[in-house]
Design a protein. Structure first.
Length: 132
């Protein structure tokens, strides 16, 4: 909060963002990217709970059983990759055991081959979800 910002100005910084376990896990999951964006939801969970949060206080009790303990949402963008001119990756960092909807999904498999040749003439973007 504001105390951390003032402590940082005074040279008494507690910990850098890069030292946080949730940030490290989210970035490791995302992999190498030219541009990476992370929204850490763990610290937000405290601020959207309780009476002062209004309707936001319903988010955690409703969404956590469905999606699990989401700690971060990430987006990565890389240019001029082996697979195309622009590659966009996204991730949801949920440490621990799979719960809720994630428990229904199997392990991810990397996509090594380009899209089929009959699709390339009209293809602008390609996304795959699930087993192929």
């Amino acid at each position: 909060g504001i105390q951390d910002a003032l402590a940082s100005v005074d040279g008494k910084r507690k910990a850098a963002l890069a030292d946080r376990a949730d940030f490290k896990g989210a970035m490791a999951q995302l992999g190498d990217a030219d541009l990476a964006i992370a929204l850490l939801t763990g610290p937000m969970q405290k601020s959207i709970a309780g009476e002062g949060a209004g309707m936001l206080s319903l988010l955690q009790p409703v969404l956590q059983p469905v999606f699990g303990d989401v700690q971060a949402w990430t987006i990565g963008v890389s240019a001029a990759t082996e697979r195309g001119q622009l590659e966009v990756s996204s991730g949801i960092f949920v440490p621990g055991q799979k719960t809720g909807l994630w428990a229904l999904m199997g392990p991810a498999k990397p996509v090594e081959a380009p899209p089929p040749a009959h699709m390339l003439a009209r293809l602008h973007a390609c996304g795959l979800i699930g087993d192929s």
